[in-house]
Design a protein around this ligand. Structure first.
Ligand code: NAP
Length: 314
């Protein structure tokens, strides 16, 4: 087993993130034993068939017995329920983390159930695709992507360093951040873009009832990219918006103001304003490519291979 690994890892939830973690832990030798559980028998059976786990358990309480690292890979809204189930069964000295796309809420929901002597270090791998379920994972998902850890003040530094080393061994770059700050940053970089995609596809679908053939026929013109993001898991995204309410509403207010300014520019023929903004946003795209967070290749939602830059991540 690699030095950054753990003797026994428990994966609670075996969807995109849980199964990807299993693949990368196997590839890098990061777990002596992978114990797992999921909500439904169907997913548990699939996880066994796919070789994602060394042992499968009917409940989270049983899966975490004797685990050194426990990773909650469930929708953010399920954290509290799962934490209450596992609390009494956690091993002294274990590290408990999660992968949720919102970080203030997990601290609030999970922390009360973590007994003294167990280290809670919430985390968020900023990596994903629009797919979900145990078959959607792949070992390269976290490669060269950020993993943000948001430990509360006073958390055992050795536990934070150990989890950071684990994520680095999974291929990620690790950043430590305050949970509230995380939720503001992710609101604008991930949550609002998803909301816009859901909204624009919803609006087009309403129009589609009138002009259905046009919506589908001309969908290459930008719309197709939005449909890819808007195909993201409904449970996961419902929970993201319900649990990052304040930051999303604040950012949405600013977004709406800027949209109104654009509306005015179009109404009054202010071409300079439009040109300046579009030039600036093009520079931002170049910066993202230069930072290695995206490839400079056309996609339009047609990519068929599984690539780390697949987008749609939370
Ligand atoms: P997913 O593919 O839908 O998988 C979720 C898993 O959680 C499923 O195996 C589900 O079991 C299980 N589950 C749900 N409720 C449970 C419960 N009460 N007890 C035990 N297992 C339960 O979701 P995902 O994309 O892996 O997302 C998981 C987490 O990662 C979310 O918090 C999300 O915010 C975060 N995240 C997602 C992305 C992304 O792009 N997808 C990126 C970064 C972080 P069943 O299959 O039996 O229902």
């Amino acid at each position: 087993m690699s030095g950054a690994g753990f003797d026994r890892v428990a994966l609670i939830g075996l969807g995109l993130i849980g199964s990807s973690l299993s693949h990368v832990m196997r590839r890098e030798g990061l777990a002596g034993h992978i114990a797992g559980t999921a909500h439904s028998q169907g997913t548990r059976d699939k996880a066994v068939a796919l070789g994602l786990v060394d042992s499968i358990h009917p409940s989270a309480a049983e899966a975490v017995e004797d685990a050194d690292l426990v990773v909650l890979c469930v929708p953010v809204g399920a954290n509290a329920e799962v934490a209450a189930q596992i609390g009494p069964h956690l091993k002294a000295g274990a590290i408990v983390t999660d992968v949720g796309s919102v970080k203030g809420a997990p601290l609030r929901d999970i922390a009360p159930h973590i007994p003294p002597g167990v280290h809670l270090v919430p985390g968020h791998p900023v990596a994903g695709t629009e797919n979900s379920g145990p078959e959607s994972g792949f070992a390269e998902l976290f490669e060269n992507r950020w993993c943000i850890l948001t430990p509360a003040g006073g958390t055992d530094e050795a536990a934070v360093a150990r989890l950071a080393a684990f994520w680095r061994a999974c291929g990620s770059n690790v950043e430590i951040m305050d949970a509230v700050h995380h939720d503001h940053v992710l609101a604008i970089t991930s949550h609002i873009p998803h909301l816009i995609a859901y909204n624009i596809v919803g609006t087009a679908a309403h129009l589609g009832e009138v002009t259905q053939s046009e919506v589908i026929k001309y969908s290459a013109g930008g719309f197709r990219d939005f449909t890819r993001i808007a195909a993201s898991d409904p449970v996961m995204w419902r929970d993201v918006f319900l649990h990052n309410k304040e930051a999303v509403l604040e950012m949405l207010g600013r977004f709406t103001e800027d949209l109104t300014a654009l509306q005015r520019a179009i109404r009054w023929g202010d071409g300079k304003m439009l040109f300046d903004l579009f030039s600036h946003t093009r520079e931002i795209r170049r910066g993202i490519i230069e930072a290695g967070q995206e490839v400079d290749a056309p996609d339009f939602g047609r990519r068929v291979t599984k690539e780390p830059a697949g987008g749609g991540e939370a």
